[in-house]
Design a protein. Sequence first.
Length: 318
Amino acid sequence: MSGTGTSPPDEGAGEPVEEGVDLAGIALRNPVLTASGTFGYGTEFAPFLDLEKIGGFVAKSLTLEPRFGNPPPRIGETPSGMLNAISIENVGVRAFLEEKLPALPDGVVVIASAFGTEPAQYAELASRVCEHPKIAGIEINASCPHVKAGGIEFGQDPRLLGELVATVRRATSGPLLIKLSPNVTRIAEMAKICESEGADGLSLINAVQAMEVDVEARRPVLSNVLGGLSGPAIRPIALRMVWQVAQAVDIPVCGIGGITDAEDAVKFMLCGASAVQVGTTNYLDPAAAERIARGIADYARRHGFARVADLTGALETD
Ligand SMILES: Cc1cc2nc3c(=O)[nH]c(=O)nc-3n(C[C@H](O)[C@H](O)[C@H](O)COP(=O)(O)O)c2cc1C
């Protein structure tokens, strides 16, 4: 599949817009992917949208062995947001490769997501997964905010993050995206470390570390106490970070955080994102990614952009 999608013009609305974009060497039909952990293994969403009409999807983060997450309650609702502490519950790499991937149509762009507690685990996952012909690339989850070990430990420590990226880079030559944590003081520094250790692109942001309290029960809402906040509540934080990172590195950025409609997605692209991921919104509207992709093309056409890719970094700041 190649990034050659075009959208037909509305009557009298000018030329068709080229919708295809390149993300870290992955040709996408349009810039809208769905975010890891919010879109299952793809097949769950097939009744709601045409998987081959979205840019692609990032599968649930995988571990080498199947993994059970935290006990319930592990999700909660907050103002304009969602709190979760699922903790990387997943089927494991073998079942993913042998059962989940073959169930997907050939034209779907699938990016795998890897999680581990040691760089060597991420590297083994990357080398096993990237060999599969249906896998377009891998995203390294260096940012899960609510597991006891791994994830955020890497994303918050510049030395560990560099070691992780270098180790995975040695294990695969396929497109390598690193998913950054917002739970850091200087996001641009973390981004530069990933770039210098060989990452092909960056995805940001993962959920913001947060908690909520049930006052009647005098207990935390989540069994894990701490969780990750996602949804529209985090969008301005995500936009700020995408903007800062896009200024700091030359590799492409995939913008994530609270995207609900095309206008939100365009904001990320104007701030420097080459593509975007839709997460929490999938729970409210499982066809959101397709709707958002159409809306971005429409925005580009209305604003005289021949290519959706030309929106990237087109923010006027003076
Ligand atoms: C229920 C849930 C599970 C998630 N699981 C993962 C995961 O397995 N791996 C990962 O990298 N991010 C995971 N995320 C984070 C999302 O991919 C995304 O980065 C975050 O939710 C922010 O985007 P959003 O505001 O559009 O949801 C999860 C988010 C939610 C809400």
